[in-house]
Design a protein around this ligand. Structure first.
Ligand code: NAD
Length: 248
């Protein structure tokens, strides 16, 4: 049985890392996949081909997640192309790490806009469609550092904590319309985002994780398959940590 057969999904920031893994798992599970990418048209086109190989419909949209009016255009584009929107995964995210003393206003604003405002942008734009359908699953990618904070990531941690408050509020506001809203909080996942860290920092993370290893993007994607599927129809307003027991 394919868990997402016949569902239409939108995943932001899917050209690499966790977003790409979610897109591929969704297609494997029978979902039609719309996704956004920021810069590489070639990568976007290549991903469409990979997704279509699963026998589903796929389309990439070049769209900046932090842009409010672009989100409305994006959601309209997805709905007119696919006919409906059943699962919305807000995955696009960036880091601009530095200690608070050195953090510029620009670094603060950029990270908050790409990581947190982006969730507001797409959910706001999709709300009318989801309410009309009386169904939908919203999945926002937060982080364990949104729960516990992290030195050197005040901007990033604040954005990810904001996502949790936003996710829970959406669950409370839209639950009566059959719309679910959950956050996934990955721990240390080995992607390009974590590749930039030096070996000592990476080893420090691995040592601090009870399972003694970083996670794979596919392990986060599996959780998103579950939350997007009808296997989780009574789960809403929750934060699910995918972190090898880093948080308990
Ligand atoms: P990544 O850097 O590999 O991928 C990030 C994706 O977001 C890319 O596809 C990029 O193009 C896209 N993106 C960035 N800015 C964008 C914008 N303005 N508009 C549209 N797309 C944009 O990182 P990743 O590790 O795959 O991270 C994916 C999500 O998971 C992020 O929200 C990140 O904060 C979160 N996360 C990652 C980890 C980790 O350890 N890797 C841990 C916790 C949470």
């Amino acid at each position: 049985m394919k868990l997402l057969e016949g569902k239409n999904a939108l995943i932001t920031g899917a050209s690499k890392g966790i977003g790409r893994a979610i897109a591929l798992k969704y297609a494997e599970q029978g979902a039609n996949v719309a996704f956004t990418y920021l810069s590489s048209v070639e990568k976007g086109e290549a991903l469409v081909k990979e997704l279509e190989a699963f026998g589903v419909k796929a389309k990439g949209f070049r769209s900046d997640a932090s842009d409010f009016s672009a989100a409305e255009e994006l959601i309209n584009g997805v709905v007119s192309e696919f006919g409906s929107l059943n699962i919305l995964v807000n995955n696009a995210g960036i880091t601009q790490d530095t200690l608070l003393m050195r953090m510029s206003e620009e670094q603060w604003d950029k990270v908050i806009n790409v990581n947190l405002k982006s969730c507001f942008n797409t959910v706001k734009a999709a709300t009318r469609t989801l309410m009309k359908q009386k169904a939908g699953s919203i999945i926002n990618i937060s982080s364990v550092v949104g729960v516990r904070g992290n030195a050197g990531q005040a901007n990033y941690s604040a954005s990810k904590a904001g996502i949790i408050g936003f996710t829970k509020s959406v669950a409370l506001e839209l639950g009566s319309r059959g719309i679910r809203s959950n956050a996934v909080a990955p721990g240390f996942i080995e992607t390009e985002m974590t590749e930039v860290l030096d070996e000592k920092t990476v080893q420090g993370w691995r040592d601090s994780i009870p399972m003694k290893r970083g996670g794979k993007p596919e392990e986060v994607a599996d959780c998103c398959v579950f939350l997007g599927s009808d296997q989780s129809t009574y789960i809403s307003g929750q934060v699910i940590n995918v972190c090898g027991a880093m948080l308990t």
